[in-house]
Write a protein that binds this ligand. Structure first.
Ligand SMILES: [Zn+2]
Length: 244
């Protein structure tokens, strides 16, 4: 009940700007025909027979330029919305994005250092190991940051509220369709992926759930309290939706 119900937006609805030009790599091979491949990272690879003159190859590519641009857009849109777990890929944290820096080590660990997310794993080519280490790191950050923000948000409520209610226990979960929820017993669940959002958004979700301690449904009383604590709550809610 009483979740802050922002649904997951399908990744393919996110706007993405891809330019209309491209470079391509020529691979001379023992083959009879030319073929164009768009690789997952957007690289355009032209596989051509060894004997084919360069101008014919260029002609071939130019005639198919529209198709190649289109293919690249699709491929890049896919990889941009699904952050991949490999060296150099950017991942969000508190509203900013930072590149992964992968190193090999005996046991896995993750830390934020000098502007990068330094991930140590046994096997750097194993993206699952990287994903796991990164997720553990997000969870560790979430435990500290959610608690700190919960405390700060609770303190911004009026005295009568602070006298009547206790600071709720927080459960952290990976959720697909909700950013937070508040049970009738007053326990608050927060979505681990809030860690990707700016602090303004995290505070908004926490304050929203705290308001449910007083008003369990989204009625007038609820919004009166919410607006008294966060007059700009609509802006924050819109930002969450935009970033989701
Ligand atoms: Zn709610």
């Amino acid at each position: 009940m009483s979740a802050f119900d922002v649904t997951d937006k399908p990744a393919d609805q996110l706007p993405l700007v891809v330019d209309q030009t491209f470079d391509y790599v020529i691979k001379r091979q023992k083959r009879k025909t030319i073929a164009v491949h768009v690789l997952p990272d957007g690289t355009v690879e032209v596989r051509a027979p060894k004997w084919l003159p360069k101008y014919e190859l260029v002609d071939f590519v130019e005639q198919r330029a529209d198709w190649i641009v289109n293919q690249r857009q699709q491929v890049l849109a896919k990889s941009a919305t699904k952050p991949r777990f490999q060296h150099g890929q950017y991942h969000p944290f508190l509203g900013e994005t930072f590149p992964l820096w992968i190193e090999r080590a005996g046991r896995s660990s993750a830390q934020f250092k000098d502007g990068v997310l330094l991930i140590k794993v046994r096997e750097p080519s194993d993206s699952q190991q990287i994903e796991q280490a990164l997720q553990q790191w997000y969870r560790k950050q979430a435990e500290a940051i959610f608690e700190e923000r919960m405390f700060a948000c609770f303190e911004s409520f009026p005295d009568w509220f602070q006298d009547k209610f206790r600071i709720p226990e927080i459960t952290i979960r990976k959720m697909r369709r909700r950013w937070g929820s508040c049970s009738s017993k007053g326990e608050v669940t927060l979505n681990l992926w809030l860690m990707k959002m700016p602090l303004d958004c995290i505070d908004y979700v926490i304050v929203h759930e705290l308001c449910h301690l007083h008003a369990f449904h989204h009625g007038k009383e609820f919004y009166r309290l919410l607006a008294s604590i966060l007059p700009d709550w609509r802006v924050r809610e819109a930002l969450i939706e935009q970033l989701s």
